[in-house]
Design a protein around this ligand. Structure first.
Ligand SMILES: [Zn+2]
Length: 490
């Protein structure tokens, strides 16, 4: 490279800088520059004033909706558009961030503060945006007069819509100059049914997931079986799982939320455990076997998922203290942060810490039972003494606080103050259905059977495809995709 290829640094910068030239020669240039600065700042102020006082969306934030062509002079958008119909519309979906607010989001999207305030004031008449969570999607609309070219103009803020919960849609619509109206819409959802039918090769969780069930439903299902099946000891390769469950879809065929398990059966070493969901008049639902006995017991067998039993109940040498004494509970090894569930309905007796147990919780249940959860890394938020907890509610997370050599849950069951072995505990059976309940249960069983048969019949029509396994067959049926539904279902 030669010097000639470089830009002529010296002359250019020195002159533009102005400092190195004699005073007399500078004046005309400075005047020109001052004029240029004045013009630019005037335009900038004008633009800012327009943004503040009116309601168009800043072109920068609206990049997605606009082409690369230069924005026109602001005067073009000063017309009172609301008096001119019809309009072009475009929308852009944005997502709320952590510690975000709707107001901040609108500002980021280039919507002027006066228009944003007017919009939020209207919104607040029916909906409090402070309840929105990170990840919430907001669809923002921008509009243009129809006889104009949207690509050559800056759009005007026309409102937004959002779905704060599966059954609710909020639509904020512009009606005039800085006026909006709000529609609080009920989204009707429809249930569709799916069957997960899988052979267990590694774990119940894996089998259920691979046949298309959402993680939240799989956890519900495991909890359901956990009253009668010990997942660490009892599950064998070749066990069979069959689950009928629902998912809820909106009018546009989009998955709005996961539904319920209606029936779940696990054939474990030749023995079939089958339960049906029954909704009670009070709106609560429970699962029953075919004789009408509730599957839920006073306490769950294992108050933590996916854990490995690492120390049994009974006399043992303490790993840290060194001497032999009674191990008053069970230890479940699990990664730090694994959720811990309340084993039964009850009241929080203690949420505290001690030298030996670290962070621990003691719950009081009916029939003289208490449960203890120790070595927690943290408690669930808002947990207070004397508060009620539901069975299966997350109360804390696995850790190694106190005297512990690794992350695990130390779990105790006390019966009238005396430690008992949670594994061999003979808990009082769940409640039994009365006559009316049994009739309702028979209806639920027949309904579930009918749905499974009709789904299987649909499956048979698909049999021209090579059949790999039962699990893969239901995969096509139950795991269509994350959110889109490929086929209509009865
Ligand atoms: Zn222990």
């Amino acid at each position: 490279m030669t010097d000639a290829s470089l830009p002529p640094l010296n002359q250019g910068t020195a002159q533009a800088d102005g400092l190195m030239l004699p005073p007399g020669t500078v004046a005309p240039q400075q005047r020109r520059r001052a004029r240029r600065y004045f013009t630019l700042s005037f335009l900038a102020c004008l633009f800012l004033a327009l943004w503040l006082l009116t309601d168009f969306v800043l072109p920068d934030a609206n990049k997605a909706a606009l082409s690369a062509r230069p924005a026109p002079a602001p005067s073009l958008i000063m017309t009172n558009w609301h008096e001119m119909a019809p309009m072009h519309r475009r929308n852009r979906t944005v997502t709320m961030k952590k510690n975000d607010s709707l107001a901040a989001l609108l500002t980021r999207e280039g919507i002027g503060p006066i228009a944003a305030d007017a919009a939020l004031d209207t919104l607040q008449q029916v909906f409090d945006p402070r309840g929105l969570k990170p990840g919430q999607k907001v669809r923002i609309f921008t509009e243009w007069p129809q006889d104009s070219d949207p690509d050559s103009q800056i759009g005007r803020f026309a409102g937004f819509d959002l779905i704060p919960s599966p059954r609710q849609r909020i639509i904020l619509r512009r009606t005039g100059h800085l006026t909006f109206d709000i529609i609080d819409q009920n989204r009707p959802l429809s249930d569709r049914y799916f069957v997960a039918d899988a052979l267990i090769t590694s774990s119940v969780y894996e089998a259920a997931r691979s046949s298309g069930m959402a993680p939240s439903l799989v956890v519900d299902m495991i909890r359901l079986f956990s009253f009668n099946i010990d997942f660490q000891r009892d599950i064998r390769e070749g066990d069979q799982l069959e689950v009928l469950y629902s998912r809820r879809f909106d009018g546009g065929n989009q998955l709005a939320e996961e539904g319920d398990i209606l029936y779940a059966a696990l054939t474990n070493r030749g023995k079939r455990h089958a339960y049906w969901r029954l909704e009670h008049d009070d709106g609560n639902a429970a699962f029953y076997d075919e004789t009408g006995k509730s599957v839920q017991r006073l306490l769950m067998k294992t108050p933590v998922d996916g854990a490995r039993l690492s120390s049994r109940f009974g006399m043992r040498r303490h790993p840290i203290l060194g001497y032999t004494r009674l191990h008053r509970g069970l230890d479940f090894a699990a990664p730090t942060g694994t959720p811990i569930y309340a084993a039964g309905n009850g009241v929080i007796e203690k949420v505290t810490r001690s030298r030996e147990y670290g962070r621990f919780i003691r719950l009081q249940h009916s029939n003289g039972y208490e449960t203890v959860y120790a070595h927690l890394s943290r408690f669930a938020r808002g947990l207070k003494a004397n508060a009620k907890v539901r069975q299966g509610q997350i109360i804390g997370f696995v850790g190694m606080s106190g005297l512990a050599t690794g992350p695990h849950l130390h779990y105790e069951v006390l019966h009238y103050g005396k430690p008992v072995n949670p594994r061999t505990l003979d808990l009082p059976p769940g409640r039994k259905l009365d006559e009316n309940g049994l009739v309702a249960l028979q209806t639920a069983i027949a309904g579930a059977q009918k749905r499974i048969s009709s789904l299987a019949a649909r499956d048979n029509t698909l049999r021209s495809l090579p059949r790999r396994s039962r699990a893969s067959l239901s995969e096509r049926q139950a795991a269509p995709s994350r959110f889109a539904v490929p086929t209509a279902r009865p």
